[in-house]
Design a protein. Structure first.
Length: 764
């Protein structure tokens, strides 16, 4: 079969590219995965490369699995050697299992997921500063950011100076040391240590670069600095780097993704060939035109114009709801109608932040419409699964303190907090893993008899299970652990009958997964690696008719019908982005991603009244600026019946949000800018009149051009200055008793909660 005949001219141009660097700018739905799969097949079938000399990397296990299947279908029956197709992190684990001893680690290292990292940081916080206001999540975010930007613990305070930077530096140093002491790595370390091995050992760098002569990268716009550096090391002996990406879909800056990697590819790899894929196979032309009209307002892009043979299709329907609850009800009604007409179609509700899912879940449940929430607790993050994996981790790596502390009294076996604290304290003092301290303490004659007895029983169990790991399968080991610790009895004792059955079903699923792992010939370490590197998207139900998820989770997916909900300024684009052009451009790319998930029909919805995202409790939100960037001729505008009913009752054709809410807003404002008891003489008829009235009042009381000390509503996204904390940005505003509480992030002092009337903030 001539595989090139299956490609359009631009795809064929990319697949036939010879040696040297190439950047394929692939618009949404243009067949980027197809291009990578066909290029791998082309290299193999034309004997341009040995299969084992090809490395293709992407970002999710799901994408890697789909790519492997595509390549097998094109190339034909399995060969003696196969190309390596994996995620970045899986590739790094593979390399480090062979080479990490070069850095002073053992090959049986553990991989800490986010939950493990938070537990470790929580322990360190309690030791260093029990009264700190910093949360483990906040600290972990800062440490991860530092690692992704190549900042060592010792450099942290100097590179990121702010109020708590020295505290973060101390925690960062301790955190890295604890990881090393327990022979463990976190996700960021997988990338960093792989690069470190290649940098420190030039002979290994040459070996791996010579071995992987052709390297292909999917979703290149999502690469961070460590991934970029790793690719540079792997291509040091050649320049055969073939990357596919779309700068308009770069939406993971918060994870460290650097859009400059794709924007400056030609500079970093001189002579690179640039190929654009602009034919879209997913969506109708109207959807593509709307997406293009939004994203063209960005400056940080190379530019593409998507087109399709799918026809113009339906226009986009924009619905303005009277409330968040009514928005959800209308969406549920539309979904029900569409599923009745086309029961096999796939539908998604996409939103900017997770809290929006609650209304949709409630309404869909009431309507009897089945749905799946993507981004809820992933399978390998569930309590019972984490517990059993921790047992396996301790057998594989006894020095894994986090795993050991998770299981030492789960289920309860009489090892109390005082005993655990004692073991932890000795481990810190002696710079030894808790496992080693435990073995020594059970022989300590000064230890109380009861404590020695329960520790000895636990030690005996560990020894028993350890004796099974080389001779028994993973399912047999898990069965033995479950029976020995009476885990099922604990679940039935502590949970309702239905919840207990759900948890036990999860355990059965874990054992099935372990059985499949064994059938693939995987070891315990490979099974644990697979579990550690899993994400919720790997378990997306392909049969779910209705899926709820954030826009970030929707990347890479497509649906027949998409509802893009909550398009209000301050919510989408998010308030955090409104004062930064760079952040606002990423929000616009996120909107582009949401629009292009739709194949045939796109709905966008918003409501002028959504708590916490208006100017104040009584002032409505504004329609998202992204809606204003969409071509008016392609948008069908629909308003809630509740809005129309109100307009009829009021005898006015004015809009609901301009006619109803200013009166409530004026009451709020008048208490702050007018003397107590004085009745406002003006009754504004629109938001514009209200704002003009307030500006006039402020000028008369404070002088033209001055920032009023009172009466100014400080919105989320506002830049402010504090005498002590310096410059910052308001993150949120909410009522707290009789006061208004502002949450502000300051460049020097970090995040602070302030009472508005006492904060004396100056608006910049």
């Amino acid at each position: 079969m001539d595989i090139l005949s299956q490609l359009n001219p631009q795809q064929r141009l990319a697949v036939e590219h010879g040696p040297g660097p190439a950047l394929v700018l692939a618009g949404a739905g243009s067949g980027k995965t197809r291009v990578i799969a066909y290029r791998i097949a082309y290299l193999i079938r034309n004997a341009a490369a040995r299969p084992e000399s090809i490395l293709a990397v992407t970002f999710t296990n799901k994408a890697a699995s789909e790519m492997r299947q595509r390549v097998q279908l094109i190339v034909g029956p399995a060969r003696s050697a196969e190309p390596l197709i994996s995620t970045f992190h899986s590739f790094c684990v593979r390399l480090l299992r062979r080479e990490i001893q070069q850095l002073g680690y053992k090959r049986d290292f553990s991989i800490y997921d986010t939950d493990d990292q938070k537990r470790l940081i929580k322990n360190i916080l309690q030791e260093i500063n029990p009264d700190t206001e910093m949360t483990p999540r906040e600290v972990l975010s800062r440490i991860s950011y530092a690692k992704n930007h190549g900042t060592s613990p010792e450099q942290y305070a100097k590179r990121f100076p702010f109020n708590a930077s020295e505290d973060i530096q101390r925690i960062y140093i301790q955190y890295n040391q604890r990881l090393k002491n327990t022979n463990s790595l976190d996700f960021d370390d997988l990338l960093l240590k792989a690069s470190e091995v290649l940098r420190k050992k030039p002979e290994l760098k040459k070996h791996y670069s010579d071995w992987y002569r052709y390297i292909l990268v999917d979703e290149y716009q999502d690469t961070n600095r460590p991934q970029y550096e790793l690719l540079g090391l792997l291509t040091s002996e050649h320049r055969n780097l073939f990357v596919v990406g779309d700068e308009d879909q770069s939406i993971y800056k918060f994870r460290g993704a650097d859009i400059q990697n794709i924007l400056k590819f030609e500079t970093d790899f001189p002579g690179a060939k640039i190929i654009k894929l602009e034919q879209n196979y997913r969506s109708s032309q109207n959807i593509l035109n709307v997406a293009g009209s939004v994203v063209k307002n960005n400056t940080e892009r190379k530019g593409k114009i998507l087109w399709t043979d799918n026809g113009s299709g339906d226009v986009i329907t924009c619905y303005r709801a009277a409330s968040p609850r009514e928005e959800a009800g209308w969406i549920a009604e539309q979904i029900n109608n569409r599923l009745q007409d086309e029961p096999d179609k796939h539908i998604a509700i996409l939103y900017r932040t997770n809290f929006l899912s609650r209304n949709f879940e409630d309404i869909l449940t009431d309507a009897g419409i089945p749905y799946a929430v993507v981004g809820s607790v992933a399978f390998f993050q569930r309590m019972e699964i984490k517990d059993l994996l921790a047992y396996l981790r301790v057998l594989f790596n006894p020095e894994d303190d986090v795993a050991l502390l998770r299981i030492i009294n789960t289920p309860p076996r009489g090892i109390g907090k005082a005993t655990i604290d004692m073991l932890t304290e000795v481990a810190l003092e002696t710079n030894a893993p808790i496992f080693k301290v435990l073995k020594e303490k059970v022989q300590d004659p000064d230890l109380p008899a009861r404590t020695a007895h329960v520790l000895q029983r636990f030690q005996n169990l560990l020894d028993k299970w350890n004796g099974l790991k080389d001779s028994k399968s993973i399912p047999r080991i898990l069965d033995t652990i479950l029976e020995d610790v009476q885990y099922e009895q604990m679940i039935r004792r502590n949970e309702t009958a239905s919840e207990a059955e759900n948890r036990l079903a999860n355990i059965e699923e874990l054992i099935r997964a372990a059985t499949e792992s064994g059938q693939r010939g995987e070891s315990i370490s490979e099974f644990l690696d697979r579990a550690s590197l899993s994400s919720e998207l790997d378990h997306l139900d392909p049969n779910a008719r209705v899926s709820l998820m954030t826009l970030h989770s929707a990347k890479g997916l497509e649906f027949d019908t998409v509802f893009l909900a909550g398009l209000e300024d301050g919510l989408f684009p998010h308030a955090h982005s409104l004062n930064s052009e760079e952040d606002l451009e990423e929000e616009r790319r996120l909107c582009y991603v949401g629009i292009t998930r739709a194949r045939r029909k796109l709905f966008v919805t918003w409501t002028p009244y959504r708590k916490n995202y208006g100017l104040d409790a009584g002032i409505p939100a504004k329609m998202s600026r992204f809606l204003n960037e969409m071509p008016a001729e392609l948008i069908e505008q629909i308003e809630s019946d509740e809005l129309n009913d109100y307009q009829q009752r009021s005898g006015s054709a004015g809009r609901f949000y301009e006619k109803a809410e200013p009166y409530r807003a004026l009451e709020v404002y008048s208490k702050r800018i007018k003397p107590a008891g004085e009745t406002p003489k003006v009754r504004p008829k629109s938001i514009a009149e209200l704002r003009a009235y307030l500006e006039e009042q402020q000028k008369s009381r404070n002088g033209p051009g001055e920032v009023p000390p009172k009466g100014r509503i400080i919105k989320p996204g506002t830049r402010v200055r504090h005498d002590k904390f310096g410059d910052g940005i308001v993150l949120s505003r909410e009522r707290s008793g009789n006061n208004i509480k502002l949450v502000v992030t300051f460049s020097r002092a970090g995040r602070k909660s302030l009472i508005e009337q006492y904060a004396k903030l100056k608006v910049l």
